[in-house]
Design a protein around this ligand. Structure first.
Ligand SMILES: Nc1ncnc2c1ncn2[C@@H]1O[C@H](COP(=O)(O)OP(=O)(O)OP(=O)(O)O)[C@@H](O)[C@H]1O
Length: 323
């Protein structure tokens, strides 16, 4: 008998063709899985569909959509033993990238069929579940500015445009950060607490390389004193994250703990996994190994060589030499 799974599909996510996407998913998965397919609507979201699937006692839930759909489905399986399959079709694909899951339909489906699962941490921010990160200040404002219409038209550029617009109005705030063993007070423009984060979430990248199964959260403080400083700090984080080395500027700080309490003056907007949910203060706690996801059996490795496309390229393979 085939394994079974509930597929939750958002037909409006991303910029692709939803009918073609769904047909491709079915063509790959249905020979090996009995799929029960539910599409999200404006009224019935992935959160409700996933909760109902959990209540029906499904063997697995597969979510396909943008980061909003994936996070909502993930929340329903926190603390259960039901594995989550991720087929990312959004704009930013932060969820899949942060957890090392491929973001093409073909590879994402193969990952699910291979059946390898891994338990990752999640966190709670003021009792709201968080899989990736909570942004306080700058990034939370940016999320709010990148609306659906802009995302449809400009894709990932919408976030960058929103960020540039936000930079023009950069405002710092006083922040108090409390961990189980210390209280830190400083001035910041952005505070980000990450459980898991893709490299593109630059403001989360203070320590570089956010580990999603260590039972800990990484907090990054970005505290530039001018707009030029903000651009330089952001660029530095982008570079250090790409090189997988920790940030080294004085206006960037980072620390690791299993919980944080963040208070700001004045209150700042707070976005959890890309959705603005309210304002500070927030209390964020890590819940170790609470989410079971299908992951590639061999972790994706970054290519160490790229030569394709170089002009007049010739590659000659040499005979192996005896040492
Ligand atoms: N059938 C539908 N019609 C209109 N809106 C829908 C429908 N199904 C889901 N939605 C809305 O889609 C949103 C979630 O979108 P999702 O995050 O999956 O994609 P996205 O916004 O394109 O991706 P990303 O967040 O990566 O940019 C929710 O706000 C939900 O209300």
């Amino acid at each position: 008998m085939n394994r079974s799974a509930c597929l939750i599909f958002n037909p409006v996510a991303g910029q692709g063709n939803p009918e073609a996407d769904l047909a491709e998913i079915r063509a790959i998965l249905e020979p090996e899985l009995d799929l029960d397919i539910y599409q999200t609507t404006e009224e019935v979201g992935a959160d409700q569909l996933a909760r109902e699937a959990v209540e029906r006692g499904v063997e697995a839930i597969i979510a396909s959509g943008g980061d909003g759909t994936l996070s909502a489905a993930a929340v329903a399986v926190i603390g259960t033993d039901i594995p989550l399959g991720v087929i990312s079709r959004g704009t930013a694909n932060a969820f899949a990238t942060a957890l090392g899951i491929p973001d093409t339909i073909e590879s994402a489906c193969q990952t699910i069929l291979q059946g390898v699962t891994h338990n990752v941490d999640v966190a709670y921010c003021n009792d709201l579940p968080m899989i990736l990160l909570t942004a306080v200040g700058f990034e939370a404002e940016t999320v709010e500015r990148a609306d659906r219409e802009a995302k449809k038209r400009f894709g990932i550029l919408a976030y960058i445009l929103a960020g540039v617009q936000e930079l023009r109005e950069l405002e710092s705030f006083d922040v108090e950060i409390e961990t189980p063993d210390k209280i830190i007070k400083t001035t910041a423009a952005a505070v980000t607490v990450a459980n898991a984060a893709p490299a593109t979430s630059v403001l989360a990248q203070g320590p570089a390389g956010i580990v999603y199964d260590d039972g800990l959260l990484d907090l990054t403080i970005v505290a530039p004193n001018s707009k030029a400083g903000a651009i330089a700090a952001t660029y530095h984080l982008f570079q250090t994250a790409s090189a997988k080395s920790a940030a080294e500027r004085d206006d960037i700080g980072y620390l690791r703990a299993n919980q944080f309490k963040i208070t700001t003056d004045p209150p700042q907007k707070v976005a959890i996994d890309g959705e603005v949910v309210g304002t500070t203060p927030v209390e964020i706690k890590c819940l170790p190994s609470a989410l079971k996801v299908f992951v590639p059996s061999v972790p994706e490795v970054e290519p160490v060589e790229k030569l394709d496309g170089l002009p007049n390229l010739v590659i000659e393979l040499k005979e192996p030499t005896e040492e």
